[in-house]
Design a protein around this ligand. Structure first.
Ligand code: GTP
Length: 484
């Protein structure tokens, strides 16, 4: 193209050169700046894994830290509730029960000797030791130990650079009562995480003798700039009481001191919930996510019984309080695309943990720094302020949030509704994938808000894997798909 910028006598014409520079077609950048979040599928690995059962492959997914998965008869061998139980040895010393690592392969030398490549375990299982735990990809052994032995709580190391701002808040009348939806931006990712604050007392005009501190966002109530008008603040949700065409009172910025703590009022219930399009929006019965979201809001909306200040009555009721922090961490952080692929691997016989690993992901890729920062913005769980009661069965969640400095005063378990029902009616069989349930447990829209129990063979497998492989703090129910 050089000839275009040269004059007839062969000299470069600067004007033509400039014109050329400005109008020449732009070449595509050498490499795309967008990176795919999902790992590439490894066809060989997938083919090998999908065409083989646990005893016919040598890849590492088929080792287990939890014997109950490999050997169903050994179920209960991994029961977290018994993990902290201490046994006495012959010398009368207290010994902590240890995690067991079970390999389904014999050692190579042994296999050669037997002439069988995939012989079962022929040596005693390896033992995890106190000095050398057997962590999974997220350090599971370490986190379980922290839950089971309160003597050594994790040292808080909050991620200080996480900043969150509540961009807007509005009133949402839910089937469980009125809640306030808060939308957050943050400096860690470009997702719009949410907080659903259940605190209807903020709408009440009566002055109650006992009232808990209102759950309010500091960043929302702040004045954002000198030119911000009162109406602008109200439109983004920085108002108090109820907003009506005739009543609109902008909030005042929250004082920097921690919220006052009232001893007789229990700390608010908090749920850190991760997005699940399948379970929450289209009612998938593969997981209990929709049910959990519903149950969390329901529990938070329950009135609270508190000691009455009046001598005439012993207790009084105040409206329920709590927060669902709704994190856009679909599929335990692997995203919907990978979760859909993982479901197909699960249909091929692998569980929810192995399926993630096969796709090149970790079993759980979630982080809780932003969730903790949102709670701090709501003035909850800080060392001097109100502690929180965390609704979860997941030891990793508790551990991660304590590490971020959240003050958890109680862990409240979330027992799946189908397991609660089975505990009440042990003789009733729950439907498998191909059969109808013997009892009508589920109303339409089960996984949507104000629905009923989720159930089925897929859910059963998912819940058992959570307990057996992810260490969830739930007591196992007898397998519902097998005859009672
Ligand atoms: N990768 C993957 N993610 C799943 C699967 N089933 C549900 N999920 C995701 O798991 C997340 C739900 O986890 P949570 O409800 O926070 O439950 P948890 O952390 O396991 O523990 P709890 O607090 O006790 O409920 C959501 O993001 C779901 O999309 C699955 O089979 N595979």
């Amino acid at each position: 193209m050089d000839f275009l910028t040269r004059t007839d006598d062969g000299h470069i014409d600067p004007d033509l050169a400039l014109l050329e520079a400005l109008t020449a077609p732009t070449l595509p950048p050498l490499k795309s700046s967008l990176r795919r979040r999902d790992a590439e599928l490894d066809p060989l690995l997938l083919a090998a894994a999908a065409s083989s059962g646990p005893n016919a492959t040598r890849n590492h997914y088929h080792h287990d830290f939890f014997p109950g998965v490999a050997l169903p008869k050994a179920e209960g061998a991994w029961d977290w509730t018994k993990f902290g139980a201490e046994a006495e040895d012959a010398g009368g010393r207290q010994q902590r029960k240890r995690l067991t690592y079970v390999s389904k392969q014999g050692p190579r030398s042994q296999k050669k000797e037997n002439g069988k490549e995939n012989a079962g375990p022929s040596t005693p299982p390896l033992q995890a030791t106190e000095n050398k735990p057997l962590p999974d990809k997220r350090g599971r052994a370490a986190s379980l130990r922290s839950i089971a032995t309160p003597a050594a709580p994790p040292q808080p190391t909050p991620s200080r650079d996480v900043e969150v701002t509540c961009m807007a808040r509005t009133r949402i009348p839910t089937p469980h009562g009125i809640a306030f939806l808060h939308l957050y931006h943050n400096n860690r990712d470009n997702k719009e995480h949410l907080a659903l604050v259940v605190d209807p007392a903020q709408l009440s005009e009566d002055s109650s003798p006992i009232s808990a501190p209102p759950i309010r966002s500091r960043s929302l109530d702040a004045v954002w700039n000198d030119s911000e008008t009162e109406m602008e603040r109200i439109i983004r949700g920085a108002y108090v009481g109820r907003l009506t065409p005739t009543k609109h009172v902008a909030s005042t910025p929250s004082p920097p001191d921690p919220a006052r703590v009232i001893d007789s009022v229990p700390p608010p219930l908090i749920r850190i919930h991760s997005e699940c399009f399948t379970g929450e929006t289209i009612g998938s019965q593969r997981c209990d996510c929709g049910e959990q979201l519903d149950e969390a809001i329901r529990l938070m909306a329950q009135p609270i019984e508190v000691r009455s200040p009046s001598a005439l009555e012993s207790s009084t009721r105040i409206p329920g309080r709590g927060v669902v922090v709704y994190m856009r961490q679909e599929g335990r952080g692997i995203g919907l695309l990978s979760k859909i692929r993982a479901y197909n691997l699960q249909d091929l016989g692998h569980d929810t943990v192995s399926a993630n690993l096969m796709l090149g992901h970790q079993a759980d890729e979630r982080g809780y720094e932003v969730a903790t920062a949102i709670l701090r913005d709501l003035n909850l769980g800080s060392p001097n302020g109100e502690g929180v009661r965390l609704l979860t069965n997941n030891p990793d969640k508790v551990h991660a949030m304590e590490k971020e400095g959240l003050r958890i005063v109680e862990r409240v378990p979330m027992v799946p509704r189908s397991w609660q029902m089975r505990a009440q009616h042990p003789d009733v069989r729950i439907a498998g994938a191909d059969s109808e349930p013997e009892v009508e447990e589920r109303k339409a829209g089960a996984t949507l808000i104000k629905g009923d129990a989720v159930q089925g063979a897929d859910l059963e497998k998912y819940l058992r894997t959570k307990v057996l492989r992810m260490g969830h703090m739930l007591e196992l129910m007898p397998d519902a798909s097998s005859p009672a």
